[in-house]
Design a protein around this ligand. Sequence first.
Ligand SMILES: [Cu+2]
Length: 486
Amino acid sequence: MQRREFLQLTALTAAGTSLATDSAAQQSQMPMRALPSTAGLAELSGPEFTLQIAPVTVELAPNRIVSTIGYNGTSPGPRLRMKEGVPVTVNVVNDTDVPEYVHFHGLLIPSDVDGSEEEGTPVVPPRGKRTYHFTPTPAGTRWYHTHTMSMDDLHRGSYTGMFGFLIVEGTRDPGNFDQEHYLALRDWEPYFTNQLMDNDDLDPGLPRPEKPDVLDTRPPGMEVTADIFSINDKALGAGEPIRVRTGERVMFHFLNASAIESRHIALPGHKFNVIALDGNPVPVPAAVDVLMLGPGERIDAWVTMDRAGVWIMGAPEDPVREGGLGIVIEYANQRRTPQWTPPPRSFWDYTRFGKPQSSQAQAPTEKLEMIFEKIPRGAGKFNSFTVNGKPYPHEQEFVLKQGTRYRLTFHNRTDDAHPMHLHRHQFEITEIYGKATSGIIKDTVMVPTYGRASVDFTADQPGLTLFHCHIQHHMDYGFKTLFRYA
Ligand SMILES: [Cu+2]
């Protein structure tokens, strides 16, 4: 972003905020709804849904309008609310000239409706339509998004606005909260860069067991980054604030819908009580100052509103927050410029939410080692990636026996952290950062730079199963494998 544009955006942020504060003064006279939910996002309830893929414009702020592709005229698309175990029909209408796939991320559903070309899901043809029938499970915060390849086209695939929340309601008690908000973290208008922008794991204390003795010094290839951000469809200050009262308990469902980078979120003076990761309840709920979400990950966390004021909830990194990644939290009868103060320095650690010992109950019987390596391709080209020394496609490397419990150990021999996503299954993290843990069930895990992680899963969903890095250009340039069932 040019500096001039950046200043315009910041000026606008300030103006937008003061407008919002004025309207809040009027609003505070009005009774609050019992359970206010995030404004601006439509919600559709099943059992039948229609998603229309077509160009949309997103007004992130009055002077910041982006053109992209969305669902049903918006980005994020509508929130889809399904009931666990109740069959649904999703009609997908493709009003673009590009073949499309809609992937239902985090659901345990068959390959032919999972929305993955690699798994053999039929395509939604350009200017055509296709109907998916499946039974949503398990309950939790899921999401849906395009699964097309982008390669070097930054207007395709998950660089576009084709994403939305998908909520599967179960029988679990949702808890007693005064408000509930669905917040998707996004970046817009990505561009190529030669610099690795990652801030995934700056903690030098992290073990790096996979760091090679001799580093590959060939010139690195291109990366993708962005300077424009939003939560849902609004940049910081341009949308309505979340209006709260002292003592309220507010539930936030966060999704990192970025195709490229991890995100952190903090709310000055408040703590996030993390109760679920990737939609699945954690064994040890815990309060943290800062959340971290790799691309594709979700966090459900509630906050007790116990520090009156007007606050910015957003990215701790100044350029990211000032570029739009934030939302104002405004207490009743408080009128001032939204405040930001940096959170205490903290390191995101999944094991904080797990049981500290390994699970003896479900020991794996088979082990698969997966070595991730990056091949630097030099300026103007994307790096490529290999798994166990081979690029995609793999033929017979990863064949599963139905009913068997597997331990996958990821050896990340690259200088970047990767959000590794397993389709159609969920896994349990059993080791990460050199620590054993159990009970954390996820579908996507950030494998640290030069780090190692182990996850266990049961092969109980026959059919082709894609496993890949959720960073779009890593996946497109080789960072994926297919699991097959024998
Ligand atoms: Cu990656």
